[in-house]
Design a protein around this ligand. Structure first.
Ligand SMILES: [Zn+2]
Length: 307
């Protein structure tokens, strides 16, 4: 995973606070963003150096403490919120989820601004040893760096730049970082929805997989699909004809349903996991497959920033 170094994005987002995101860059803000870059890279390294999978409660505890400390050091009123109690439970929702970090900064203006990102990642625990954080040329590399540790680092340094500029014209600036985004935010969704409604503007710092530099005004919704096939078990060596092979039927169904994606509407559907059988010498009586489905209309809802 690679992540282009971000002083320009920092400058653009700070410009969004103090003027228009799409205007020419303000030289003062651009210079400040350039000055902030080494500190941002240090934060990025700290964040990437903690494994924080959505189900890794120890890792999430560690990284949420680090994030909380950073916003406390910036003068925020920081809370660590356990979202498990109000979780929307799906079939793969864990019992407990990582804590949400909420940092609140009071300004002198009226508008309420919410900045969101997430601290959890999708890669398998233990991979960090082999792929630690590194900088090569003008890119920084690391597991989960684009999705979404850069988001936390960018928000942290936006707050720090706003302070350096003594900019306080917001009413409230709230930062919300959750630890269950990659499993559909079962815990944090209620809090995010509530807080989204309470704020005048919400900016999400999710990395975008697009070549051009764009500001997305909407993003993909997701769904999961599960396919169960019931067959009939039989001894595979002595009487296979008495069985009904669920694995064959599952394979047939998946091949039939592999092209449901539709670039015209932004629908992406992909089969990603499958499971069948119990023993090698038994015709499998059941088989299961899972697909992930995302529907994104971002192509028609993005605005380019001119810089
Ligand atoms: Zn993400």
């Amino acid at each position: 995973m690679k992540f282009p170094q971000r002083q320009f994005l920092l400058a653009a987002v700070c410009a969004a606070f103090v003027g228009s995101a799409f205007a020419a860059p303000d030289a003062r803000i651009a210079a400040l963003a350039a000055k902030e870059k080494p500190a941002l890279l240090d934060t990025l390294k700290d964040l990437v150096s903690i494994e924080s999978g959505s189900r890794d409660l120890d890792g999430l505890e560690k990284i949420s403490n680090l994030i909380a400390d950073k916003f406390k050091a910036l003068g925020g009123e920081v809370e660590l919120i356990d979202p498990s109690a109000e979780a929307y439970r799906m079939e793969d929702t864990p019992e407990k989820m990582g804590r949400v970090v909420r940092a609140t900064f009071k300004g002198t203006g009226k508008k309420k601004i919410l900045l969101i990102a997430h601290m959890d990642t999708v890669y398998t625990i233990g991979m960090l040893n082999k792929q630690p954080f590194r900088i090569d040329g003008d890119k920084a590399y690391g597991l989960g760096i684009a999705d979404d540790k850069q988001g936390i680092a960018v928000i942290t340094h936006i707050v720090s730049m706003l302070q350096a500029m003594k900019f306080k014209e917001y009413g409230t600036l709230t930062v919300l970082i959750n630890g269950d985004e990659e499993i559909s935010s079962p815990g944090a969704r209620a809090l995010i929805t509530r807080m989204g409604a309470e704020h005048d503007a919400v900016m999400s710092f999710e990395g975008a997989y697009v070549k051009e530099d764009k500001l997305s005004l909407a993003t993909a919704g997701i769904a999961s699909v599960t396919l169960h096939v019931a067959g009939k078990a039989s001894h595979a060596g002595s009487a296979p004809e008495l069985g009904v092979n669920a694995l064959y039927e599952l394979s047939h169904q998946i091949l039939q349903m592999r092209d449901l994606s539709d670039p015209a509407t932004g629908l992406k559907m992909n089969w990603t996991i499958s499971k069948s059988g119990t023993n090698r010498n038994v015709i499998p009586a059941s088989a299961t497959a899972g697909a992930t489905c995302a529907c994104s209309r971002s192509a028609t809802t993005t605005a380019s920033s001119s810089r």
